[in-house]
Design a protein around this ligand. Sequence first.
Ligand code: ADP
Length: 397
Amino acid sequence: MNILVINCGSSSLKYQLIDSSKEEVLAKGLCERIGIDGSCITHQPMGGDKVKTEVDMPDHTVAVKMVIEKLTDASVGVIKSLDEIDAVGHRIVHGGEKFASSVVLNDEVIAAIEECNDLAPLHNPANLIGINSCKEIMPGVPMVGVFDTAFHQTMPQKAYMYGLPYEYYEKHKVRRYGFHGTSHDFVSQRAAEILGKDRKDLKIIVCHLGNGASISAVKNGESIDTSMGLTPLEGLIMGTRSGDIDPAIVTFLAEKEHISADEVLSICNKKSGVLGLSGVSSDFRDLGDAADAGNEKAKMTLEAYAYKVAKYIGAYTAAMNGVDVIAFTAGIGENNAQVRAMIGEYLGYLGTNIDPERNKIRGEEVILSDEGSKVVTMIVPTDEELAIARQTEALVK
Ligand code: ADP
């Protein structure tokens, strides 16, 4: 089955065409600056070179048309016609409490997703635009929605409630939802497979450390807690997001800086995290280079980052009354040996020791901890697109 996986943002659209029978990516690409001057599509057939084309894409429907054009192109295409796309899998950020698993998209489901827009005003409307554009260009092709929040719907109420008046949960659904669920699910499942065990018998902590970052506690195959909350702002220090802060800081800063609460929140989302702390960059490669060159703020930022991850690992070990596996994933988790080693320094009490030689490995499935470790620490590269393709196939087959 050929499955087109779509991840639609407000001005971007990422895609992969995956042959689900072989679990092979046939082509992938990115449309950027949709609705803005200078829009372009970068397309890459597997095994071939990337081709970047500047083309006017006033809206997402035109972008989807461009994607189809590239996929069926005589020279860079990988299929002959639209008929060879059997299904479309859409990444959807927020499914609220309505969606605890992926669903086939029909009008009723789309309306229910629309009702979650309030909870993710930046993301969900863009996801819906992608869905509607695909519906228009590919009528009749079955589509599935895969939610970032779904895997965490197993959290018990004690984990998802904030210490706020209960009425806000009832009236406005203010609670922890968690994100990156597709990745936490995929990585915890794969970690168990690599170890030749059943996920149902394990306590796993997944550290998804990318630009956005979150940690989850996966006990007996179910997410029981995760660091992101109502929105993806809570939890770890991220590329540009602050993660946990005292909520009183919002009005305090608004008053001191003569800006609105909205502006403070925008700073928390876009100008904080390792970018704001270090003043260097949101990218950990730049941060590492600066720290190596003696930049003290960059060093402090890396220390604060690793410390926060270690604190969450401790919290989730307590929440599960133990831990068997700690899995690192996403850009930093998979590639950044320095950060992994810094986190590893806090984990001695768990009886896990990251082997410095193994830790040099990047981007591969590998067990990092040495033979004598009681807790297995490992890298498990995530593959959210493959996970979406698998779930899409399972629902449309
Ligand atoms: P996103 O959340 O945008 O998908 P990623 O998972 O790509 O983010 O993570 C981005 C971070 O991962 C950056 O800080 C970058 O330094 C790091 N990273 C990504 N790829 C590599 C790589 N090949 N080598 C070193 N670091 C990498």
